[in-house]
Ligand binder design. Structure first.
Ligand code: T46
Length: 135
């Protein structure tokens, strides 16, 4: 069975002034980058996500603060806390995701393989479960 939580470790290019991470298409990010967005100022006790994507793949980086992701492939669920900018959570298609426990200062940068397309979203859990036949 494939592992649900896929973490990519990024190299920190630091010197005595501080740290820097550089992400390059097809080197650090294993797909063509078509979109980047960021999520910040998530209100207290708010959860986000609750959907899967038919085609979209994403790498999610928590550059500040922390939050928890629950991933679900229709058969099993796994949880991971993101709280450091030197790792990326790689979420492939057909994975249901929920995001919880955002710290007040949490900033997520998301690198996406496709342009925004609402028709790529599955926002109903039963529909998601029915769409999954194998892993
Ligand atoms: C995901 C998690 C990690 C756009 O207009 N363009 C965009 O590129 C995105 C991502 C969203 N939107 C609109 C759609 C909604 O009206 O922004 C609003 C909030 O989007 P959503 O409710 O999908 O946000 P989250 O935080 O639940 O989920 C987002 C991504 O949509 C999703 O792909 O994996 O972040």
């Amino acid at each position: 069975m494939n592992k649900l939580i896929k973490i990519i470790n990024f190299k920190i290019l630091g010197d005595n002034r501080g740290s820097l991470i550089s992400l390059e298409k097809n080197i650090d990010i294993p797909f063509e980058i078509k979109r980047i967005y960021y999520i910040f100022d998530t209100k207290n006790n708010v959860s986000r996500g609750y959907h899967a994507h038919k085609k979209l793949e994403q790498i999610i980086i928590c550059v500040k603060g922390s939050c928890k992701f629950i991933l679900d492939n229709g058969f099993q669920k796994e949880e991971v806390t993101l709280n450091t900018p030197d790792i990326g959570l790689h979420i492939k298609n057909n994975i249901w995701r929920e995001m919880h426990d955002f710290s007040q200062d949490c900033v997520l940068i998301v690198i996406a393989s496709e342009h925004y397309d609402e028709s790529d979203y599955i926002r109903d859990y039963d529909t998601f479960k029915k769409s999954i036949t194998t892993i």
